[in-house]
Design a protein around this ligand. Structure first.
Ligand SMILES: [Ca+2]
Ligand SMILES: [Ca+2]
Ligand SMILES: [Ca+2]
Ligand SMILES: [Ca+2]
Ligand SMILES: [Zn+2]
Ligand SMILES: [Zn+2]
Length: 708
């Protein structure tokens, strides 16, 4: 028998999702489901390293019934002495009344690891001062004032909101947590759990949204993170970030005099699936929301793109996004410009040439508005919907937190040669800041990332991965060293800027190299681009060294993310090759999930994997979540394809992250998973001494008959 042969004895057994059997009130939690989870965990407490006390004290962070699958997702947060554990999330899934999945990173035996707290020497105001001093923020940290507080039963402040105009134009939330972390004592790594004040300061220049962990007993700073995810679109290995010292490609000049006649509700944009001005010219798209959401009436069509249930806008504002310029770098303090048209005809001049950023501004904002809406609508179909924590002003009674459309800042004045995204919890607005790029050797050349659809999708992708992982009320689950945050963003950009209709389900198509961000870098489409290697299935010739083991040496987080995106891209092609099928438009979704195929099935698996993976996932955890999604969505239809893709990049059956997903120690392995045991869909009764034949159908390798 050949090694690594997979049997798919269930090949003809179709898996149909039952109708939604779980009801959940739109605001409250599903008490019945919570009790079911707790009962299940108590009977499996040893398996998940939980104590009954852990289970009794944990509380819901968020939960919902996912509209596309009918699955119930419950995200619990660990509590001890009534104080939450930072990123202590237990993630559960109920499908058809059964607890199908638990992903847990609770601190085990927490009572043995922390003291009993009676008094907390450091006050929230002290903590703000400590954080501001450590960040070297200008202004007087002592001017902070209390706005509101929540107290524990014993009177201790658990969380509060503070204000200090010297430090921030926004409020400063401070909250008490148990923080698990690793530290070095002598030459040994030691795991600790400390009581901390988490202090969040959004700086006045909007460049950083600091999250500082201040030891509540000593005032020491334990950790500092930035909730503004600063991306990276420079050429790797170059001495400066922009990489624009090389001769740029010949710009394509667009002749504005030959524009097509315009109709109401139209946008002149670099349309799907163009990645950037390097890849084609603008076209006029009429009524796009009917294009991405069939008939304009599907649930993704949130009142068209210019209505938020309260107002009809005639500018680049609506339920999903408010796109405007923020050249002044003050967010909404002074209103940036949003192009406006009473008949919604967004047609503005654009030339790709030196020194055109200002003249292109309205066209840039139009493109940014268009793509934010497009990404919203496409991801909605895959399951980034209201209950899951998507970005909308009005949720139209469908659950989740509203009032959180995306602020999309075009030509943002807070930086150059980059773009960034800040994702707060559900119900609070995220912000996408798009920068101009530049070249010190050619100061007039200022490509505008508002025209780079790959970068827009990448930024939106941070919102997608952060909201879905660990539930919509936790957005700090992708802070660990070994995590694919940048990778999910690159993957989404690839999926949305690939012209699938031009490709076939062939190795030749899979092997095509994709180099990203070439427009802003002033490079030809062949690169070099913003990542160490092009994305391509052609491992031998293009990106052979991109394997799991490179977590040890690639940059955090962009280089590491590119490894993860490479794996997802390979997986997408393995699935396409298995199905022999590509769906021409990524937004053409069949009514039944089981009918999803090829590229569509791959993106659905990745989307559901995000929900199922634990907080602070290693690559192993993220892969396992995709395998789980395949079991539940497709009855393991793509198990071989998934294993093949990950195994060829070193994330095989025996790969391991070692003791922690928050270090750079990983162990790669290239073995295809063999965890699928041979089993029969039927019982066979055979008389002893009589020969019988057993036929097993393999998933990908054809049919073979074995007799014994
Ligand atoms: Ca801004
Ligand atoms: Ca929301
Ligand atoms: Ca989340
Ligand atoms: Ca590790
Ligand atoms: Zn990024
Ligand atoms: Zn970087």
């Amino acid at each position: 028998m050949p090694k690594n042969l997979f049997f798919n004895v269930h090949k003809f057994q179709r898996f149909y999702l039952l109708c939604l059997t779980i009801t959940l009130s739109l605001t409250g939690h599903a008490q019945k489901e919570v009790e079911k989870v707790k009962t299940y965990l108590k009977t499996h407490a040893t398996q998940y390293h939980l104590s009954n006390k852990d289970i009794d004290e944990m509380v819901i962070s968020s939960d919902y019934v996912s509209p596309t699958t009918g699955w119930y997702h419950g995200y619990f947060v660990q509590k001890h002495q009534s104080i939450e554990v930072y990123n202590g999330i237990l993630n559960t899934l109920i499908v058809k009344e059964n607890v199908e999945h638990v992903a847990n990173n609770f601190v085990t035996d927490i009572a043995l690891k922390v003291p009993v707290i009676t008094i907390i020497p450091v006050s929230p105001l002290n903590a703000i001062s400590r954080a501001a001093t450590s960040l070297k923020l200008p202004g007087n940290a002592a001017n902070s004032v209390e706005v509101s507080t929540n107290r524990l039963a014993n009177g201790q402040i658990e969380k509060g909101v503070y204000a200090n105009a010297d430090l921030s134009k926004e409020s400063i939330p401070v909250k008490l947590y148990w923080l698990p972390y690793d530290t070095i004592a002598g030459r040994k790594k030691v795991s600790k759990v400390s009581l901390v004040w988490n202090v969040q300061i959004y700086t006045k220049d909007y460049k950083n949204s600091w999250s500082v962990q201040v030891d509540a007993l000593t005032g020491d700073i334990i950790d500092t993170k930035d909730l503004v995810i600063h991306c990276h679109f420079g050429v790797p290995g170059h001495t400066h970030e922009s990489g624009l010292t090389h001769k740029k490609s010949n710009p394509v000049r667009e002749n504005t005099s030959i524009l097509q006649p315009f109709a109401a509700n139209s946008y002149n944009v670099f349309d799907y699936p163009l990645e950037s001005p390097n890849h084609g010219t603008r076209t006029i798209v009429a009524n796009p929301y009917t294009k991405f959401v069939s008939n304009g009436t599907g649930p993704g069509a949130t009142n068209g793109w210019h209505n938020d249930s309260t107002a009809n806008y005639t500018n680049t504002r609506g339920n999903n996004v408010w796109a405007k310029d923020d050249i002044a770098n003050d967010n909404e303090t002074t209103a940036g410009s949003s192009p406006s048209s009473a008949t919604l005809e967004f047609n503005y001049p654009y030339t790709q040439a030196t020194g055109t950023a200002a003249a292109n501004l309205d066209a840039a904002i139009t493109n940014l508005f268009y793509w934010n809406n497009l990404i919203h609508d496409v991801l909605y179909k895959y399951g980034l919907d209201e209950p899951s924590g998507n970005f909308q002003k009005a949720n139209l009674g469908r659950g989740g937190g509203g009032n959180d459309f995306v602020y999309a800042d075009a030509q943002d004045g807070s930086g150059t040669n980059n773009a960034n995204f800040r994702t707060p919890i559900d119900g609070q607005n995220p912000r996408m800041q798009m920068f101009l790029f530049g070249d010190s050797g050619n100061p007039a050349y200022t490509p505008d990332s508002d025209f780079d659809n790959g970068i827009i999708a990448h930024e939106y992708g941070h919102g997608w991965s952060n909201r879905l992982t660990g539930g919509r009320n936790n957005v700090t689950c992708l802070e660990n060293a070994e995590q694919g945050g940048e990778g999910w963003s690159d993957y989404l950009a690839l999926m949305l800027t690939t012209d699938w209709s031009a490709l076939s389900a062939s190795v030749a198509s899979a092997n095509i190299s994709r180099v990203t961000s070439t427009y802003v870098l002033g490079k030809p489409t062949t690169g070099p681009g913003a990542r160490p290697f092009p994305y391509s299935y052609d491992k031998a010739n293009v990106n052979n060294e991109v394997t799991y083991g490179k977590v040890a040496s690639y940059t955090i987080p962009h280089g590491i993310g590119s490894i993860w995106a490479t794996m997802l891209w390979d997986m997408t092609w393995e699935i396409i090759l298995q199905d022999g099928q590509i769906v021409n438009n990524i937004y053409t979704i069949p009514a039944s999930i089981t009918d999803m195929r090829g590229n569509i099935a791959a993106l659905k698996l990745v989307n559901e994997g995000l929900r199922l993976q634990p907080c602070s996932p290693s690559f192993i955890d993220a892969r396992n979540a995709i395998l789980k999604a395949d079991s539940l969505l497709f009855n393991q239809r793509y198990r071989c394809a998934i294993w093949k893709a990950f195994a060829r990049r070193g994330l095989g059956f025996n790969a391991s992250t070692g003791v922690s997903s928050n270090d750079r120690i990983v162990f790669e392995d290239f073995t295809i998973g063999t965890d699928r045991t041979l089993s029969s869909a039927k019982n066979l009764t055979a008389c002893s001494g009589n020969a019988f034949t057993y036929t097993a159908t393999t998933a990908a390798e054809g049919t073979t008959t074995y007799s014994w």
